[in-house]
Design a protein. Structure first.
Length: 155
């Protein structure tokens, strides 16, 4: 129980953004929070409390480096698109081929997004490079007034 409490406090500490002095710092803080939360959930589900701490820390570092706002990820989650098929591995730094449509993100002129199967990828629009992925994403339910359709296909 003591280990679980310590692990939970560590995740909360990692997921809490610090006061930022500039827009770049603010993006890093929010990106770190988003990445930390996603990493903690994934790590916790797979490896338990210790996995949550490690996943939270790793996700926070990656999210902070990418500087992706939480609102950017949220917009992409609430506006799923038709998934594309890309041969090979995709990771940060991957240049998205010209034939793949990158969808604009309302309120974020620097980033766009696309889906492959069930994974969301955030892209720098200036050079079409992947900068971040929160991992496997299932579109969240939006407002009661919003129309969000999600199709789940069995393999």
């Amino acid at each position: 129980m003591k280990k679980l409490l310590i692990a939970s406090l560590a995740v909360i500490a990692l997921a809490t953004p610090t006061l930022a002095q500039s827009d770049a710092d603010a993006g890093a803080a929010v990106g770190g929070t988003t990445g930390g939360a996603a990493g903690a959930v994934a790590g916790g589900l797979i490896f338990g409390p210790i996995g949550a701490v490690i996943g939270g820390f790793t996700g926070a570092v990656i999210g902070a480096e990418a500087g992706v706002e939480a609102s950017t990820v949220e917009y992409a989650r609430l506006n799923p698109t038709e998934p594309v098929v890309i041969e090979g591995d995709i990771d940060a730094g991957f240049v998205v081929p010209d034939d793949v449509v990158i969808h604009e993100i309302e309120g974020d002129p620097e980033h766009g997004y696309f889906y492959t199967e069930d994974r969301l990828w955030i892209v720098n629009l200036a050079d079409r490079t992947v900068v971040y992925s929160p991992g496997t994403v299932v579109a969240a339910e939006g407002d009661a007034d919003a129309d969000v359709n999600v199709t789940v296909e069995a393999n």
